[in-house]
Design a protein around this ligand. Structure first.
Ligand SMILES: C[S@@+](CC[C@H](N)C(=O)[O-])C[C@H]1O[C@@H](n2cnc3c(N)ncnc32)[C@H](O)[C@@H]1O
Length: 282
């Protein structure tokens, strides 16, 4: 067990599951709807990235490596029905809104299964939607049924806390990254590479270069970044690589342990994850 590992104390302030010695990287185990409000009271967050359940684990199949496999990702991904899913989205988005700093923003990823509910919940709560980014996957898995176009994109909604917020955007950095031209809202990134999964796999792990761009676009070094659906900790690794402070929350301790391994390797000065090049925007 790592020296930075802690277990939650019953009652009172939430105790981190893991707190790095630098205190710049902390993980909490539990339901984000409860934890976000408590953690945001201490100090608000400048940027929140959320990759919530897509509610797809309902007995379907997909294609992986040319084979038909179950899409069951875990009980956390089971649908609660359209109304139940929307209530859940409203609840965690409201907690995040209250935990954002005045000019802070939130980015939420999803497919057509969830993104309309997320967008509607944002409108109901009075967020200001800034962009709908499209993440293009250059080599998506084929569609086995041959009855649909193969799914090759995800949407990332970017929103400010409210209509008056002067949201933070590193416009010049993004323009420079795009060869001196304004960066478009369509980004191409390949799925996570093997090196990003060497401590174990998370069924919905996001590519590190995608999270690095999000972190650099919408926060500055020293800013406090939250991911309420931490998973394998991709947001945290991107945040630390760019000098931000990170708080991650997940229900599942195995995913938190995976995140600790990724973090400890990063700060242990093993170069490979740090040296991952950004994939060019096309
Ligand atoms: C789509 S995955 C996130 C994957 C992550 N972006 C990554 O790169 O690894 C969603 C995660 O949210 C967690 N989760 C689901 N419901 C939750 C809740 N109510 N509170 C906290 N975590 C939750 C799941 O355990 C799962 O790891």
């Amino acid at each position: 067990m790592s020296s930075g590992l802690m277990r939650s104390a019953p009652g009172g302030e939430p105790s981190p599951y893991y707190l790095a010695p630098s205190e710049n990287f902390s993980l909490y185990q539990g339901d984000c709807i409860e934890l976000v409000s408590q953690l945001g009271q201490e100090e608000p967050f400048d940027l929140i990235f959320a990759d919530p359940p897509y509610f797809l684990s309902n007995g379907g199949v997909t294609c992986k490596g040319g084979r038909m496999v179950s899409v069951h990702k875990g009980d956390w991904d089971r649908s609660r029905g359209a109304d139940g899913n929307h209530e859940f989205n409203l609840a965690w988005l409201e907690a995040c809104q209250q935990a954002l700093s005045d000019n802070g923003t939130i980015m939420v990823s999803g497919t057509h299964h969830t993104i309309y509910s997320i967008g509607h919940a944002m409108q109901q709560l009075g967020f200001k939607i800034l962009n709908a980014l499209t993440w293009v996957k250059p080599n998506p898995p084929p569609n086995l049924s041959c009855r649909y176009f193969t799914h090759a994109t995800e949407t990332i909604l970017w929103a400010a806390r409210d209509k008056k917020a002067k949201h933070h955007f590193n416009y010049k950095e993004m323009k420079a990254e795009n060869g001196g031209k304004q960066m478009k809202s369509v980004w191409t990134f390949s799925p996570p590479r093997k090196a990003e999964k060497r401590f174990g796999k998370h069924p919905t792990q996001k590519p590190l270069p995608l999270l690095e761009r999000i972190i650099r676009a919408a926060s500055d070094p020293g800013h406090r970044v939250l991911d309420p659906f931490n998973g394998s900790g991709t947001t945290g690794i991107a945040a630390i690589r760019h000098g931000r402070r990170y708080v991650g929350i997940d229900l599942n301790d195995a995913y938190l342990d995976l995140s600790v391994q990724r973090y400890e390797e990063l700060v242990g000065d093993l170069p490979d994850e740090r040296d991952l090049p950004l994939v060019a925007n096309s």
